[in-house]
Design a protein around this ligand. Structure first.
Ligand code: P6P
Length: 340
């Protein structure tokens, strides 16, 4: 008789004791993310059927046209996080500034803040390519009982207490860490239950897949050009394979399972890089390191970068440890290309 798959609920209860200081709030926070992900998944999966597709005409602080599902996903996470009375503040790619959970909503007494990209890769929605939700959780540093402050959000990635993503793909998965390894749960949409399908996920230390938008090649820093040449030359187990979905969560997820590196470098179009430090790179870097991988801006460990502002961009190299280290070897030849 095959062993019954463990549910996410059972897993959270079993690992409750691992959450430093938490009297169950972190478990309740993860449970609220579980619910929000189910609601977003329901909409994403039927996006083609209802008039929720296509740009809503509203642009967010990123200057990007927001897809309606972006707004929907952001609303779902905001509403659930407020209602569950667990966090004192929320920062989102879709919100210009962080959102203070008011005292009447019990926000001031709560100890955690969450930062999220509620629907990353949303430009892929209309072409039926996987998209994802990314989240990052910290304990607040400002005094409990007062309104949340920007200091609570501008913490280094090493201070995260939990981080993860939901990938709305051929199946829907929740992958997260609380600092004790990475575990993946697959949703059974018929029952609305998540099952532990990928226990203790780890990056293979080497790999043969590189993920980068080579359309920007002419604008890449020389170190990236040199690394791409290394990936493409006939030598040993090279040339590698190029796989780029255009959805960070999907490329990261595939690379974690098969081995690989994802790179979003600076270019003339995005001189600081495109990806956001706080709610894309930090959570994905926490996961990467917990899975035995590595994450840097080409020069420095992402998790030790001191954030300066909420929507700060940063170049991003993440994946199998040996591949990231090889890329950093090439970047090290051009120290002037470091963005900070
Ligand atoms: P480009 C999606 O917008 C995203 O933030 C990541 O999910 C993805 O890897 C990247 O940007 C794609 O950017 O410039 O290659 O289209």
């Amino acid at each position: 008789m095959g062993h019954r798959l463990k549910t996410l609920g059972e897993f959270i209860i079993e690992h409750q004791s691992q959450f430093r200081f938490s009297e169950g709030e972190l478990s309740r926070l993860l449970n609220s993310i579980k619910l929000a992900a189910k609601l977003v998944n329901h909409e994403v999966n039927k996006a083609g059927l209802v008039d929720i597709l296509g740009a809503s005409g509203v642009t967010n602080i990123q200057g990007e046209t927001q897809q309606k599902l972006d707004i929907f996903a952001n609303d779902v996470f905001m509403k659930i996080l407020k209602k569950r009375d667990i966090v004192c503040g929320v920062a989102s790619e879709e919100e210009d500034d962080f959102v203070i959970i008011s005292d009447k909503d019990g926000g001031h007494d709560n100890k955690y803040v969450i930062l999220t990209d509620p629907l990353d890769g949303s430009s892929n929605i209309d072409v039926n390519v996987s998209v994802g939700t990314i989240f990052s959780i910290y304990r607040r540093v400002s005094p409990v009982g007062s309104p949340v402050t920007s200091d609570d959000f501008l913490q280094k990635g090493i201070e995260q207490v939990a981080a993860g993503y939901v990938i709305y793909g051929t199946s829907t998965m929740l992958v997260y860490t609380t600092g004790h390894g990475v575990n993946g749960f697959t949703l059974n949409p018929a029952l609305g239950t998540w099952y532990l399908s990928h226990p203790n996920m780890t990056f293979p230390k080497g790999g043969k897949i590189y993920s980068i938008n080579e359309g920007n090649y002419v604008h890449f820093p020389q170190g990236v050009k040199d690394y791409l040449k290394y990936c493409q030359e006939e030598e040993g187990n090279r040339p590698y394979t190029s796989r780029y979905i255009g959805s960070l969560v999907s490329d990261f997820h595939r690379n974690m399972i098969k081995g690989g590196i994802y790179i979003y470098p600076t270019s003339s179009k995005v001189p600081q890089g495109k990806l956001r430090l706080l709610y894309e790179c930090n959570p994905m870097s926490f996961l990467a390191e917990q899975a035995g991988g590595k994450a840097s801006d080409g020069y420095r460990r992402i998790l030790e970068i001191e954030p300066k502002e909420l929507h700060q961009r940063i170049p991003f190299f993440v994946g199998s440890r040996e591949m990231v280290e090889k890329a950093e070897e090439y970047m090290a030849k051009y120290p002037d290309d470091a963005v900070y």
